[in-house]
Design a protein around this ligand. Structure first.
Ligand SMILES: C[S@@+](CC[C@H](N)C(=O)[O-])C[C@H]1O[C@@H](n2cnc3c(N)ncnc32)[C@H](O)[C@@H]1O
Length: 348
């Protein structure tokens, strides 16, 4: 089984409440989802998303007891907004991302995510995706491979590994690749296997993990009701940097360069940081579940910003004028249409 990481910390950061509506963008085997449903009962609702159809099947079984309160969707969270519109599931009280892979995926030979088992170099979260890790390993040029290993794996020996890979191609299996990397860096040193960063880089590239995360975070804010919570658990520094910078930017009014004489960006904060300092697992949790050791949790709360507030106040004033019979209804239609979604979100 996959053991959910920072479980109670995530429930607290989401401020789960009875009757609340939540989205788990990475439902996996349903560990966090089950706890959200338990704490939001009675009346809670959960939309669970996962790119891996096998995860959705497992979550379906795990969450069977809550079947009337759960909607599971096999899709990529990069389509978060479209999914919520399709199923009319917004605004929500909280959105959770528990990024990366579940233990089931890491331990499953079919996925080829791990060098602990010999398996085809696949690494696709969803078997319908076009590009596999084997495609990248066997078709990228040496320079492209080195660049990928450096940017997505933060690999110090990127050139040596890329050079060796190109010499040894075709490489079709996980163990073969791990062996090639080990040879390229001159054998094992320390506790971490030398192929760890290469596998991370390939997985990130195959699933476009960083691009999808950036896209989904932007969409998430617009789906949160007032004081709705955004909670993200990440497992490596590239993901955590994206989350940290996104939350900091969205919690800041002006994002002009510090040297700018006056604000020209007009940016208004839409989030308030809940976790000023990142939350990490306790030594007890790491002892019980070593895979939790790199986890970092960040959380923020949706706030209404001044320009939104102004627009809503104005619209509500116009609505009152219509009601009082002082305004012709058709003149308002367009304005109302444009602010409809915002009203739905903020009147939540
Ligand atoms: C760490 S696991 C989540 C485990 C889950 N919280 C639980 O308690 O069982 C991460 C899950 O996110 C899914 N995932 C990763 N990237 C995704 C994406 N871009 N869109 C949708 N699901 C994604 C993976 O397939 C995996 O099942």
């Amino acid at each position: 089984m996959h053991i959910p990481v920072l479980l109670m910390e995530a429930i607290q950061a989401l401020a789960v409440q009875p009757g609340g509506r939540y989205i788990d963008c990475t439902v996996g085997s349903g560990g966090h989802a089950a706890a959200i449903l338990e704490h939001s009962s009675p009346g809670g609702q959960l939309l669970g998303i996962d790119a891996d159809p096998r995860a959705i099947a497992i979550a379906g079984t795990r969450l069977e007891a809550y079947r009337n309160s759960v909607l599971l969707v096999n899709d990529n969270f990069t389509n978060l907004e479209a999914i919520c519109i399709k199923y009319d599931f917004f605004p929500v009280h909280g959105i959770l991302f528990d990024l990366g892979l579940s233990s089931l995926q890491l331990d499953d030979n079919g996925h080829g995510f791990s060098f602990q088992h010999d398996a085809p170099l696949d690494m696709r979260l969803n078997p319908s995706q076009a590009i596999t890790a084997a495609d990248i390993v066997n078709t990228f040029s040496e320079a492209e491979l080195a660049n990928l290993l450096r940017t997505c794996g933060e690999e110090r020996y990127s050139w040596q590994i890329a050079h060796r890979i190109v010499q040894q191609r075709p490489i079709k299996t996980t163990l073969h690749l791990a062996q090639v990397v080990e040879q390229a860096v001159g054998g094992r040193r320390g506790r971490i296997h030398p192929a760890t960063r290469t596998f991370q880089a390939l997985r990130i590239a195959v699933n476009q993990e960083l691009e999808h995360l950036e896209a989904a975070l932007k969409q998430a804010v617009g789906l949160l009701g007032l004081q709705g919570r955004l909670v993200v658990i990440s497992y490596h520094s590239l993901e955590d940097r994206i989350v940290k910078q996104f939350m900091q930017r969205e919690a800041t009014d002006c994002i002009c360069p510090p040297a700018a004489p006056a604000c020209v960006c007009q940016h208004k904060a839409s989030l308030r940081l809940i976790t000023k300092k990142v939350i990490t697992p306790s030594p007890v949790e790491v002892g019980q579940n070593p895979r939790s050791r790199s986890a970092k949790l960040r959380a923020a709360e949706h706030i209404i910003n001044q320009s939104e507030e102004h627009g809503l106040t104005e619209t509500l004033g116009l609505c009152a004028a219509v009601q009082a019979g002082n305004w012709r209804r058709p003149a308002l239609t367009d304005r109302l249409r444009r602010t409809f979604i915002a009203l739905q979100v903020h009147a939540f």
